[in-house]
Design a protein around this ligand. Structure first.
Ligand code: RP5
Length: 160
């Protein structure tokens, strides 16, 4: 089995429907990943253990999706020097604004890259992970260029 290069974490199984968007992108680009439920608040110790072992297991980027007071991405960033991508999820009565602020407002010195709220954010997290990996993987960079090209062509082909 190929070792994962990306780790996708989410705060709850109820986040899976949205976070699958990131997984599908990684599958499309044939980048190996693993996907787990880990919560900053409900499983703090296991979350720390996961992230502390991630680098040693060959993981190069981590994606963290969470709703409500979304501290998952921050908790990962606190325990690793890997790049962390946050996906704020709209699972609360505040429709993700709470998760957005909790994810994006990291204190100086411990950054996370914060995506759009929800579905588009999960897809973008997958794409952003590809972009990070592409810096040191010319073959992947080429695939990403092709993805952008196809997106552009699809739009230009629209006749109204
Ligand atoms: C957050 O609370 C999770 O990331 C999820 O978005 C939300 C609701 O979780 P459940 O109560 O459905 O497990 O921590």
């Amino acid at each position: 089995m190929t070792a994962p290069k990306v780790g996708i974490l989410m705060g709850s199984k109820s986040d899976l429907g949205v976070m699958e968007g990131a997984a599908k992108i990684l599958e499309q680009f044939e980048v190996p990943f693993d996907m787990k439920v880990r919560s900053a608040h409900r499983t703090p110790q296991e979350t720390a253990e996961y992230v502390q072992s991630a680098e040693g297991r060959g993981i190069q980027v981590l994606i963290a999706g969470a709703g409500f007071a979304a501290h998952l991405a921050g908790a990962l960033a606190a325990n690793s020097i890997l790049p962390i991508i946050a996906v704020p999820l709209d699972s609360s009565p505040l429709q993700g604004l709470d998760a957005l602020l909790a994810s994006v407002q990291m204190p100086q010195g411990v950054p996370v890259a914060c995506m759009t709220i929800g579905k588009a954010g999960a897809v973008n997290a997958g794409l952003f992970a590809i972009q990070i990996l592409s810096v040191s993987d010319p073959e992947l960079a080429e695939k990403f260029r092709e993805y952008r090209k196809q997106m552009r062509e699809k739009i230009l082909a629209i006749e109204l």
